[in-house]
Design a protein around this ligand. Sequence first.
Ligand code: NAP
Length: 302
Amino acid sequence: MTIRRVAIIGLGLLGGSIGLAVKARSPQIVTTGYDRSAAVRAEAAARGLVGTVHDTPEAAVKGADLVILCVPVGAMEDAARAIAPGLKADAIISDVGSSKQAVAEALARALPGHTIIPAHPVAGTEQSGPQAGFATLFAGRWCIITPPEGADAAAVETLADFWRALGSKIELMDASHHDLVLAVTSHIPHLIAYTIVGTASDLEDVTESEVIKYSAGGFRDFTRIAASDPVMWRDVFLTNKTAVLEMLGRFTEDLTALQRAIRSGDGDTLFDLFTRTRAIRRQVIEQGQDDERPDFGREHGT
Ligand code: NAP
């Protein structure tokens, strides 16, 4: 199947970036879009995020070969129900949601009989909204496709080709395994960042101005993650509950072990762990997942 027309529902960071990436890398594909917010639709049209911005979801998906839902995971089911009347019978319906099992179930409930192939581009920033999107967001990043059991292989390959054309690397994964992997690589790190930044701002003996003033000691790197969109992340934790709680249990045990090591002066345990984690950072850089320059390449003035 050839994708000639793509409809994007939700024109924020992810939806806008897909529109711009298609324009830059697959210009033969016609793009249409819809967002529930009139202000976002106006901004999307002004920035040219998609070829045509429509005022209803039904109009946006008319004639589309591929529809990608780019709304918060808690809004997927409503967004899917709203496009149903306009869908072509053989359209592929996909999404970019950060948790996959709950979204797959929501889409199956909303669109019975349709070809649903969920996906998650593991690419993003702490920004959101129609201003935040950019064409190179997916270049060199993984896109994890989680085909439901019995999914049409040709539709999976068509979706994979679409993402490859935007510069993504493709991995196929079971939705429940995706949720476990992302719980530890993305969801728990966000939870830790939200916690440490929240704790620091609630302290009584250390003032908030001191926390901000001395943030270069490490705190500021957590603040980038903790600035991520509150709606998106609330929904991620509510929909990936099982995997997050399982990983959080493991994390809490490991934290308790470190607490014990510090209390008992067990330097070997601390040293061994810190040596292992340093090696992980080297692998992240070697596999092209981050900038190799010290301190993320920040300028250090004299
Ligand atoms: P975003 O910038 O906030 O954009 C989402 C847009 O969807 C907003 O304009 C929102 O409008 C709109 N929307 C909400 N409900 C809708 C509905 N029922 N119908 C139509 N539009 C609706 O969010 P994002 O960062 O692009 O995230 C979108 C999805 O991508 C989420 O599922 C997220 O889990 C996933 N994702 C995000 C990242 C990341 O780093 N941000 C990375 C990978 C995947 P309102 O503002 O009016 O609510």
